[in-house]
Design a protein around this ligand. Structure first.
Ligand code: A2P
Length: 276
């Protein structure tokens, strides 16, 4: 069952592929194997410095270009209108593709307060055909409200940190109320302590699955599109098929009990944390 983003008519698969740190030839090979495994949503960012590797893999792939959703993101240092347009141009150029499918503002950087200007630039980039759909990442409701008030254009996607320790109930409800699809970065908590969590391990054992699979199945159950990064082809395949694992209501309740107010991995609260 695909997720649909009403504002741009883009149809997203239930899971995508994260690429942070996948660079150069090994990065292109990892993305190539992800495409062969069946991923059709590839996440990247100007600041990951791997749009070239991602684009090379997409171009070399047998998968028809129009079946792949290639995403990138605008860095905080390029929020000014003309700088933002130039950054999108550069992203597209680096991929060697003639357009990108989804382009997000990477962080709101509220103290800088130029994200509305950046949003206007992304609207113009879309009008020029550089990108098919536009959205945001790490935006809180108040930030999205300002974009919509200023432009009337609702982001297609909001990509946020979201995993069982930080399930973002309020942000998800807000996004849903606006028709925005929520994507999850660090969906398996960067393979940290969450993969050894006793509750998740119990659920995993009951299903004969791995903890990573349970977590990704939980995202899909919530209607969130997780973007796990994995280098090895077998893990890529395991993660992709995880969204078909059907959790019980009792599993979902047990996982809900893991939420922590301070559950973010690296204390990256977009109200104060900024990236440039
Ligand atoms: P690797 O890239 O070496 O395959 P996240 O997407 O939450 O940021 O997590 C990415 C991390 O999780 C990477 O270190 C990745 O390792 C690891 N990883 C990805 N898939 C799995 C899996 N199915 N089981 C265990 N670790 C995984």
């Amino acid at each position: 069952m695909p997720e649909t983003t009403p504002s741009d008519g883009l149809t997203l698969p239930r899971i995508g592929f994260g690429t942070a740190m996948l660079k150069g030839r090994p990065g292109a090979e990892a993305v190539g194997s992800a495409l062969r495994a069946g991923y059709r949503l590839i996440d990247s960012a100007f600041n990951y410095e791997n749009e070239g590797a991602v684009g090379a893999a997409v171009r070399a792939s047998d998968v028809p270009r129009d079946e792949v959703i290639v995403t990138s993101k605008l860095p905080g240092r390029h929020h000014a209108h003309d700088a933002a347009i130039a950054a999108v141009e550069e992203s597209v150029y680096r991929t060697g593709l003639d357009h990108l499918d989804l382009y997000l503002i990477h962080w709101p950087n509220p103290s800088q307060y130029r994200y509305v200007e950046a949003w206007e630039a992304l609207i113009h980039a879309r009008e020029r055909g550089l990108v098919r759909a536009i959205g945001v990442s790490n935006f809180l409701p108040e930030h999205i409200d300002r974009l919509v008030e200023a432009t009337g254009v609702v982001p297609a996607v909001n990509q946020v940190e979201l995993h069982p320790y930080f399930p973002q109930d309020e942000q998800r409800a807000y996004d849903a109320s606006r028709g925005i699809v929520t994507e999850a970065w660090s969906p398996i908590g960067r393979a940290g302590e969450m993969l050894r969590d006793p509750v998740l391990t119990q659920v995993a054992n009951a299903h004969g699955a791995s903890v990573a699979e349970v977590i990704l199945a939980w995202h899909a159950r919530l209607g969130v599109v997780p973007l796990p990064k994995a280098t090895a082809p077998d893990r890529q395949r395991q993660n992709l098929s995880a969204v078909d694992l059907e959790l019980l209501d009792a599993d979902v309740d047990a996982i809900a009990s893991l939420a922590r107010p301070d559950g973010r991995n690296n204390d990256q609260d977009p109200a104060v944390y900024e990236e440039f």
